[in-house]
Design a protein around this ligand. Structure first.
Ligand SMILES: NC(=O)c1ccc[n+]([C@@H]2O[C@H](COP(=O)([O-])OP(=O)(O)OC[C@H]3O[C@@H](n4cnc5c(N)ncnc54)[C@H](O)[C@@H]3O)[C@@H](O)[C@H]2O)c1
Length: 254
């Protein structure tokens, strides 16, 4: 442990499994108090117990506005501050533009896009009162290039990118010492990826074996999150960090 986020108070959403769980473990190991949230409560509670004293689990649906208000009020009351917000929770469903329904589209926007809007809307004032902070929003390579199997998901992830830029510039102009950045992985070896791989998703028009070369581990994402929420990245605000081994800039004929 090198205490890269020692003493900081962090919220990580979608922390019951996958990347969110890896984020929570690493931030906790590096000295932060981590409030882990998820709709999937039992594994989240168990994971927080295993992580130990500086982690706790709170059941939360990120698309619920009242839930965000209650969570931020609780954090302020019990910890007095908020330094780190990792907006990680998301859902993914396979449906191309003809197959997608309005209901399905809205469900994805509600969790993946509205959820991050609500998080920042209610967390930012507390971060400002805390003297600054770092917000990391999980986007995706699908925000940066076309993925025909997941239009609702990629639209939501592009909205997250646009929101992030606006918040970053807002914070810069406000001089509130809050930073806001996005991470854009291509594939990550998590339950989400395995579920769609099982359904035979072809990533970026490539065969599954080729796509495997873009896939990173949840811990690789967590290391990037740690850097972005630590003071080491104090001048990085509004950035889009691609974790894709060049996938989003590889011409299709190569
Ligand atoms: N896995 C990939 O290949 C990949 C690629 C690019 C980006 N991402 C992004 O990385 C992040 C983490 O993905 P993952 O692969 O770990 O996913 P995952 O499905 O393994 O984990 C997501 C977690 O979010 C929780 N969640 C879902 N809906 C929620 C809600 N309404 N409120 C609160 N929690 C909710 C789930 O219960 C789950 O624990 C997501 O934002 C995802 O879009 C993943």
């Amino acid at each position: 442990m090198t205490d890269r986020v020692a003493g900081k108070i962090a919220i990580v959403t979608g922390a019951s499994r996958g990347v969110g769980l890896a984020d929570a473990k690493l931030l906790s190991r590096e000295g932060a108090t981590v409030i882990m949230t998820d709709i999937n409560a039992e594994p989240g509670r168990q994971a927080a117990l295993e992580i130990g004293g500086n982690a706790r689990f709170v059941s939360q649906d990120v698309s619920d506005e009242a839930g965000w208000q209650a969570l931020i009020a609780m954090v302020e009351k019990e910890y007095g501050r908020l330094d780190i917000l990792v907006n990680n929770a998301a859902i993914l469903q396979l449906a191309d533009i003809k197959a997608e329904t309005l209901e399905g589209w809205r469900r994805v926007q509600a969790v993946n896009s509205d959820g991050i809007f609500l998080a920042i809307k209610y967390a930012l004032p507390l971060m400002e009162r805390s003297g600054g902070g770092s917000i990391v929003n999980m986007s995706s390579s699908s925000a940066l290039c076309g993925m025909p199997a997941i239009p609702a998901y990629s639209a939501a992830k592009a909205a997250v990118r646009g929101l992030t830029q606006s918040v970053a510039v807002y914070c810069h102009k406000a001089g509130n010492k809050v930073r806001c950045n996005t991470i854009h992985p291509d594939g990550i070896a998590t339950p989400m990826m395995m579920e769609i791989a099982d359904k035979g998703l072809v990533v970026n028009g490539d065969k599954a074996e080729q796509a495997a070369s873009y896939v990173c581990m949840p811990e690789d994402v967590a290391n990037t999150v740690l850097f972005l929420v630590s003071d080491e990245s104090c001048h990085i605000n509004g950035a889009a960090i691609c974790l894709d081994n060049s996938a989003t800039i590889t011409p299709p004929y190569l």
